[in-house]
Ligand binder design. Structure first.
Ligand SMILES: NC(=O)c1ccc[n+]([C@@H]2O[C@H](COP(=O)([O-])OP(=O)(O)OC[C@H]3O[C@@H](n4cnc5c(N)ncnc54)[C@H](O)[C@@H]3O)[C@@H](O)[C@H]2O)c1
Length: 255
């Protein structure tokens, strides 16, 4: 569908499962060579193995995106193997939900580090290849929680921060023909939302049904809903879109 992407090299973080895994499979369908990065090496291997099985090209890495040296080593190896990085999808994420009066400093720091610092480390390390090539696509992962969500002061601040980060990188890197955008998913059915249901004492199905009833399109999202938008943002069809935040949430919230 986006033939121009064939042969490009993409780094996708948090691609061992959930949304990142769907993004890896989707870009691989376009002939992109995918570097599957995840904290869990085993999950990264599973995604890369599945891509290989379906005729695509992928390489797994067990890397923590908050550790600059690990990210640097992974990129240096990749560039030696496949050439310059053209696409970066900053997707790795965690939640450590708590009401503000109970939130531990560690819950704040770990969420800030994973989302904000991790995206900074990966973007800074990848942009130099993109600048040299005068071609690049960076997609960051925000969330509807950026607009405010009870129990997520840390997460919503990080996800709002990523929107500012996205717009600033679009300004700085635009002159080098690098597009920088963000996707902001709403409720997407993954391990992350299943863990939230458990924390709230709800069944996964009950939680999904309650969420779907508040969404204009009357369903929750699936990882592929986000992956399709990421593929579009990396394609030439989206060549004049930069610095934007695309909400993928089945319609606006009814207040
Ligand atoms: N699921 C949703 O409803 C939803 C909504 C909005 C935004 N998001 C965002 O989308 C992204 C993916 O979410 P998901 O639902 O697929 O979550 P998930 O928990 O299913 O997957 C996240 C993946 O990121 C990896 N990861 C976490 N910390 C890492 C680190 N330091 N280094 C490398 N990998 C790391 C995990 O191992 C995991 O495989 C996250 O940024 C999340 O905040 C999700």
């Amino acid at each position: 569908m986006y033939q121009e992407l064939a042969g490009r090299v993409a780094v996708i973080t948090g691609a061992g499962r959930g949304i990142g895994r769907a993004e890896a499979l989707r870009l691989a369908e376009e002939g992109v060579r995918v570097v599957v990065v995840d904290l869990s090496r085993q999950d990264a291997e599973k995604t890369a193995g599945d891509i290989g099985q379906s005729g695509g090209t992928a390489w797994p890495y067990g890397v923590n995106v908050t550790q600059a040296d690990q990210v640097r080593n992974m990129l240096e190896e990749t560039v030696k193997r496949w050439g310059p990085i053209g696409i970066l999808v900053n997707n790795a994420g965690i939640t450590r939900d708590n009401l503000i009066y109970k939130m531990e400093e560690d819950e704040w720091d770990s969420v800030m580090n994973t989302h904000l610092k991790g995206s900074f480390i990966c973007a800074q390390a990848c942009q130099r290849y993109m600048v040299e090539e005068r071609w690049g696509k960076i997609v960051n992962t925000s969330s509807t929680s950026a607009l405010g969500n009870r129990g997520q002061a840390n997460y919503s601040a990080a996800k709002a921060g990523l929107q500012g980060f996205t717009k600033t990188l679009a300004i700085e890197l635009g002159p080098f023909h690098i597009n920088v955008n963000a996707v902001a998913p709403g409720f997407i059915d993954t391990d992350m939302t299943r863990a939230t249901a458990e924390r709230l004492g709800l069944t996964a199905d009950g939680f999904k049904a309650a969420a779907a009833s508040q969404i204009p399109l009357r369903r929750v999202g699936v990882p592929e809903d986000v992956a399709n938008v990421v593929a579009f943002l990396c394609s030439e069809q989206a060549a004049f879109i930069s610095g934007e935040v695309i909400y993928v949430r089945g319609g606006p919230a009814a207040f």
